[in-house]
Design a protein around this ligand. Structure first.
Ligand SMILES: [Fe+2]
Ligand SMILES: [Fe+2]
Length: 164
């Protein structure tokens, strides 16, 4: 994710982007959970648990949006704020899971997006004046950092980032 200029975003836009980040990461994690369900069930379970947590974060953010701005948030168009979320495409799911190297690749991808989410929340936190919103973004940054730790442990369990 290229770093955004948060000073150009309204508090409402930052909150909408946060909802997008959670939706996007939740979808990605659920896709991985399904792909790895038979291949490495323990990792699939971890992905599914993380996806559930992203859904919870999304719900928390949506409730905050509704309370503060009223109504259901509209999706921020990518034209408005480019490069917020990197689209991730799976070319061939089956091929993907039958290669042992690709568990590492999946973990690397998840680690990268969790890092992006964490960075997003720290940037949101430091650009936000409102104390309640700052606290929410701070908590979510720490949560995503926790997700990174889980994934790093799994990567270490299969020999780390670089093992071939
Ligand atoms: Fe999250
Ligand atoms: Fe996360």
């Amino acid at each position: 994710m290229s770093r955004m200029n948060f000073s150009e975003l309204t508090p409402e836009e930052v909150l909408m982007l946060a909802i997008d980040v959670e939706a996007s990461n939740g979808t990605r994690l659920r896709t991985f959970a399904e792909l790895f369900a038979d291949y490495t069930p323990d990792v699939a379970k971890l992905f599914a648990e993380m996806a559930d947590e992203e859904d919870e974060h999304k719900g928390q953010l949506e409730a905050t949006y509704e309370r503060r701005f009223g109504g259901v948030p509209q999706k921020v168009s990518e034209e408005d704020v480019p490069n917020v979320i990197e689209a991730f495409e799976l070319d061939d799911g089956e091929q993907f899971v039958f290669n042992a190297m690709n568990l590492r690749r999946a973990l690397q991808i998840v680690l990268a997006v969790e890092y992006q989410a964490e960075s997003f929340y720290w940037d949101a936190c430091s650009s936000t004046v409102d104390p309640e919103m700052r606290e929410l973004y701070r908590q979510l940054a720490e949560f995503e950092n926790g997700h990174m730790t889980w994934i790093e442990r799994r990567l270490e369990g299969i020999g780390g980032w670089y093992k071939h």
